[in-house]
Design a protein around this ligand. Sequence first.
Ligand code: ZN
Length: 496
Amino acid sequence: MEPALAELKQRLAEITDLARVGSLLAWDLEVYMPPTGADARGTQLSTLTSLIHRQATDDRVGELLDELEPYAASLPYDADDACLVRVARRRFEKLRRIPTELAAEFTKAQADGYTAWVPAREENDFAAFRPALERLVDVKLRMVECFAPYDDAYDVLMDDFEEGLRSEDVTRIFETLQPELTALVDEYAGELDEVLRGPFPVDRQDALSREVATAFGVDWGSFRLDLAVHPFATSPSLTDIRLTTRYDEGDLNSLFTAMHETGHGLYEFGSSPSLDRTPLCGCSSSILHESQSRLWENVVGRSLPFWRWFYPRVQEAFPERLGAVPLERFHRAINQPMRSFIRVDADETSYGLHVILRYELERRLVAGTLAVADLPEAWNARFEELLGLEVPEDRLGVLQDSHWSTGYFGYFPTYLLGTVLSVQIWQCAVEAVPDVEEKMERGDLADLHAWLRESLYALGNKFPPEETIARVVGGPLEPGPYLAYLRDKLGALSAA
Ligand code: ZN
């Protein structure tokens, strides 16, 4: 191996190790840490962030990249080392644009924002959150200026979550989706079926969550499932995947949370071992990540073939609530479109409208045509247009999500775009595994998992997301298949 390559790999491995230590600290913070640990943990994490930033922007990394570029160019385009040099160069240049003081100021604004948001949401008090949010918007816009000249400030924000994503493409896709989703909600919206109301004892929900994760491909020698207030998945190493969930005796949402986080976990677990301890390991595209959580949660996890296998087990766990409820009614209930306030609890059809609302508001905030002070009013007005409900209080409106409190502007669109992509990927999976539905009816998802792993998960971050998407589905993101999928599903459910 070229000596420069060995040195670069060593440096990148150390940076990866530090970042993974950070992910474990963050996991512990949400899963186990006693409340009085919060201050010290915040300091530890920010110390770690500066360490990583310093190492990642060291002049020596730039020298090594300069030296290695001709060598990388001599390799096949998709060779691991060629990809490594490309990805490392991009990250290096991007991090070097932001002065360390500004990065530190943002970290502090994030911590303050989250600290202000938690009680403001509980007390339904937007005014108490407003100064912290104004500061976050200000700091973020100054960070955006580090990337001038740019076409669109919002593109700079999205780039942190989805490399190369452009708002003109997002707008085009959302403008296609919005009227169609609105029409579907108008046509099919109904009420929550009472069969989905508990009590469903939590210990049995936990056993079922583990059973479904196992069926999807989780190997408990390498995974854990723990409780967290806001469920997430993280991966302290390639063979150490942490899923989290939450249980409420009053509903069965935990089953879908488990499927969703399992999708994220399987993606991280599936990176090729040859990429371990490099920036190519795992998946840093939010759209691709979300395509997998949503594929397992919705396309598989709300389908009739899957429930033909799994429903008898759920009935067995809750005989008093579901013993006499036929499969068809249960399946309709978990797919029922509804007008509701909370994005994370939204059904598969109305979900997109919740995301489009946030995208539109973020665009206006970043363009300077909407002031933070006017955000609640703008939220409520547009929410009523999109979902036909009057928002009674900010807790059910503008204060519901944590993203803005931690400066995550530009993240929301990836949820809906991932959902759109999940259906395109599913169609390719069905071509590759033609009997996938028959297998699902027997609880056998091994071939599906193997195909996804080989075609997508193993690639890690080797290619820019747009290119990975094209490699898997043969072209760009398209809203058509997702809309056809929803129309077919809702049509069949209402005809049954
Ligand atoms: Zn997710």
